[in-house]
Design a protein around this ligand. Structure first.
Ligand code: GDP
Length: 431
């Protein structure tokens, strides 16, 4: 999601203008001198385009004087955002501070737009023209208070912002499930159990004539598309089941799925092959349910042993939902559906930018990132750039150690959930 930073001196009406841009979606708190606001970034949408608006007001305390502080703001904005909107007060005209900001922004490699605010009255339009002198191109006359021309300004903003990368579209129809696991873990037994018990099962996809690859399965009142099950349905395993071939199949199935059921054999130690399957799932970014199969063979001793193995083996998927099942007896097989639903809901979940930032600024105030090379990296703001999988982008002034990123992920999950889904955290360091 592209980022628009808004800069300007205090009292030019920045917050009011940002509220106009947001269109009442998330109200911006008014600037209070000396008080750092807890929210800096918000979600905006115009003409079907989504972007993040960053109100730079709260970034830097003005210890070095107003002019330097606002210039520093502009510097930061220019290095962090995809486009910058400078707001000046047309009823006052260009001040020395505005000039200082303009001087910084004229060096910007990213697009810069100039908004001449407080044009509440036609008579002020003549003053607007004088703002060409800032060297930032055409001044866009607006009245944030009355909403005058804010639509035109938004059109101009949309024009300069880069297109957001397209998100994986929700595929129409049943949600897509991959059933994976090493040979003999019980995949075909489970599929047979799931399809065998239901009256309303559709065996092959309607309209396909040769070798239908998917199975539609009704679980818990919902139809699911189990992808790439052709091989699993065959009673006799083919001789082509070499490990290489199996791993290609697994990858293909994962790729065409939204959520993956990884079958593990609870009666045996975790193997290299299991870990390879798990790695594929983690890399794919799909939601995940771990099904510990052959639970009928697990006694008390084995259970204790298994706990230890899983603690060690599943560190990369601690977030995955777990279900203990037996494909043979049908034990707890019904619990797969709620686990799949939870995982997919998390995979689809989006935290609004305002909410994300008020949580994040509290977290970081309480536990700042560790100092590296004598410098304290600052986290400026964050947005959830995407879903499927949920992806956060943190905008920072320095590198964040892996340990600290994991800390943020852990706290993020504590606060917002996301059970069953991976969460990706990207860090964008201002250059
Ligand atoms: P696949 O290669 O993953 O498709 O595994 P299969 O479904 O062919 O199962 C391999 C073997 O494990 C078969 O002999 C199954 O009967 C057996 N099996 C599958 N699920 C269970 C289970 O839950 N408990 C027990 N005891 N055996 C199982």
């Amino acid at each position: 999601q592209p980022v628009l930073a808004v800069v300007g001196r205090p009292n030019v009406g920045k917050s009011t203008l940002v509220n106009r841009i947001l269109g009442r979606r998330e109200a911006v708190v008014q600037d209070t001198p000396g008080v750092t606001r807890d929210r800096v970034a918000y979600d905006a949408q115009w003409s079907g385009r989504r972007f993040t608006v960053v109100d730079t007001g709260g970034w830097e305390p003005s210890a070095t004087g107003l002019q330097a502080a606002v210039a520093a703001q502009a510097e930061l904005a220019m290095n962090t955002a995809d486009a910058v909107l400078v707001v000046v007060d047309a009823s006052v005209g260009a001040t020395a501070t505005d000039e200082a900001v303009a001087k910084v922004l004229r060096r910007s490699k990213r697009p810069v737009l100039l908004a001449a605010n407080k044009v509440d009255d036609e008579r002020l339009l003549a003053d607007v023209a004088s703002l060409w002198s800032l060297g930032l191109g055409e001044p866009h006359a607006v009245s944030a208070l009355h909403g005058r021309s804010s639509g035109d300004l938004l059109d101009a903003i949309i024009k300069v912002l880069p297109e957001a990368p397209r998100e994986r579209e929700a595929v129409a129809g049943p949600r897509r499930v991959a059933l994976v696991g090493k040979p003999n873990v019980g995949k075909s037994s489970l599929l047979n159990k799931l399809t065998g018990e239901q009256r309303s099962v559709v065996d092959s996809v309607a309209g396909t004539t040769v070798d239908p690859v998917d199975s539609l399965v009704e679980l818990d009142g919902q139809v699911w598309r189990f992808v790439d099950t052709a091989g699993l349905r065959k009673r006799v395993h083919t001789a082509s089941g070499t490990e290489y071939y199996a791993s290609l199949r697994t990858k293909a199935a994962i790729d065409s799925s939204e959520v993956v059921i990884v079958l593990l054999d609870a009666s045996e130690p975790l193997s290299e092959q299991d870990l390879r399957v798990l790695t594929s799932v983690v890399e794919s970014g799909r939601a995940c349910v771990l099904a510990l199969n052959k639970w009928d063979l697990v006694d008390e001793d084995r259970r204790h042993q298994l706990e230890k193995e899983l603690d060690r083996g599943l560190v990369r998927v601690t977030w995955a939902e777990r279900v203990n099942i037996s494909a043979l007896t049908g034990r707890s097989v019904r619990k797969l559906a709620p686990a799949l639903r939870t995982a997919l809901a998390s995979w689809d979940q989006r935290v609004p930018t305002g909410q994300l930032n008020s949580w994040l600024s509290e977290l970081i105030a309480a536990t700042p990132p560790p100092v590296r090379g004598g410098k304290q990296p600052k986290v400026l703001f964050a947005t959830q750039a995407g879903i499927r999988p949920p992806t956060l982008v943190l905008f920072t002034t320095g590198f964040l150690e892996a340990g600290y990123r994991r800390f943020i992920e852990r706290k993020f999950r504590e606060r917002f959930g996301f059970a069953g889904s991976p969460v990706r955290i990207n860090v964008r360091v201002r250059e």
